[in-house]
Design a protein around this ligand. Structure first.
Ligand SMILES: *[C@@H]1O[C@H](CO)[C@@H](O)[C@H](O)[C@H]1NC(C)=O
Ligand SMILES: *[C@@H]1O[C@H](CO)[C@@H](O)[C@H](O)[C@H]1NC(C)=O
Ligand SMILES: *[C@@H]1O[C@H](CO)[C@@H](O)[C@H](O)[C@H]1NC(C)=O
Ligand SMILES: *[C@@H]1O[C@H](CO)[C@@H](O)[C@H](O)[C@H]1NC(C)=O
Ligand SMILES: *[C@@H]1O[C@H](CO)[C@@H](O)[C@H](O)[C@H]1NC(C)=O
Ligand SMILES: *[C@@H]1O[C@H](CO)[C@@H](O)[C@H](O)[C@H]1NC(C)=O
Length: 221
């Protein structure tokens, strides 16, 4: 006896909807946006088909920039390394020629929780703290960024000295310094063993790495 045609159709439809929307597709062609040429699983762009990538790892392409939404921040993607699950991003505030050269978003370890799609892959507690000071600070930890920071007129009348400080704690910044922003440092500056005093602020690396988790909504297969 043949099964009624309707049942066959329903079974086929169910099968198809399972394989197109319930499971992520690891075999979608890679997408590209600006310099990021290889956007593939677990990532996809907002403009890619919905079955591609993991929904927790959707990137957008804006004015030729690949953008990662991380909590309340929107970071430019510089590199995706699929061999060790790391994505290198930069705050749009410290991109060369963007003024006032202060990160747009506050970000440190406290923003990340163990169930989030991204985590900070280093055990260092070093942050980069952007300060402005009344007096010149001469320590190897106070990196002079005055040449990159555009005077926004906020402190007109009193000269301010701008620094980026790579440190674990804001305690030793000095009374004469005011914290303007806190962000995560590039892995190059985690262990405080380089003297940055004579490097220009445009030579400094401002991007930082994050790693992604794939063990969330979907099981890898
Ligand atoms: C976007 O970036 C790519 C790679 O850098 C470049 O080849 C292309 O010309 C850019 N397109 C626009 C509209 O800027
Ligand atoms: C990180 O957490 C701080 C404090 O809760 C918050 O103000 C900031 O907006 C968070 N950063 C991002 C990028 O969402
Ligand atoms: C892009 O990434 C995928 C996934 O890791 C990898 O299999 C593929 O070889 C990469 N392609 C290029 C051109 O790098
Ligand atoms: C991932 O690999 C890249 C290239 O080998 C390396 O530069 C980077 O430090 C690695 N990141 C982590 C978190 O291991
Ligand atoms: C910091 O850099 C600015 C701009 O290059 C320079 O004028 C200033 O003397 C420097 N200040 C200190 C304390 O090094
Ligand atoms: C920075 O450069 C100045 C002038 O070239 C030099 O006198 C000074 O010793 C250098 N400081 C460090 C820490 O390298």
């Amino acid at each position: 006896m043949r099964p009624p045609a309707l049942i066959v159709v329903v079974v086929l439809l169910l099968h198809q909807s399972c394989s197109t929307s319930a499971k992520p597709d690891h075999h979608c062609p890679a997408s590209s946006c600006g310099n990021i040429r290889n956007i593939s699983y677990p990532f996809r762009l907002t403009s890619d088909p919905k079955n591609c990538g993991d929904p927790r790892h959707i990137l957008s392409c804006e004015n030729n920039q690949t953008v990662l939404q991380l909590y309340g921040g929107r970071y430019y993607v510089r590199l995706i390394d699929y061999s060790n699950n790391t994505i290198r991003v930069v705050d749009p505030g410290v991109v060369k020629d963007n003024h006032p050269f202060i990160p747009r978003y506050l970000l440190d370890f406290n923003n990340f929780s163990s169930i989030d799609p991204y985590y900070y892959p280093y055990d260092s507690r070093t942050k980069v703290i952007f300060v402005n000071c009344e007096k010149p600070m001469n320590s190897r930890y106070h990196f002079n960024i005055s040449a990159c920071v555009k005077d926004d007129g906020m402190y007109s009348g009193s000269k301010r000295y701008r620094y980026a400080v790579f440190t674990e704690s804001a305690v030793d910044l000095g009374d004469l310094c005011q914290v303007e922003q806190i962000s995560l440092p590039s892995s190059s500056y985690l262990y405080g063993d380089q003297d940055l005093r004579n490097i220009s602020c445009t030579e400094l690396v401002w991007d930082f790495e994050l790693s992604w988790r794939e063990n969330g909504a979907y099981i890898k297969h």
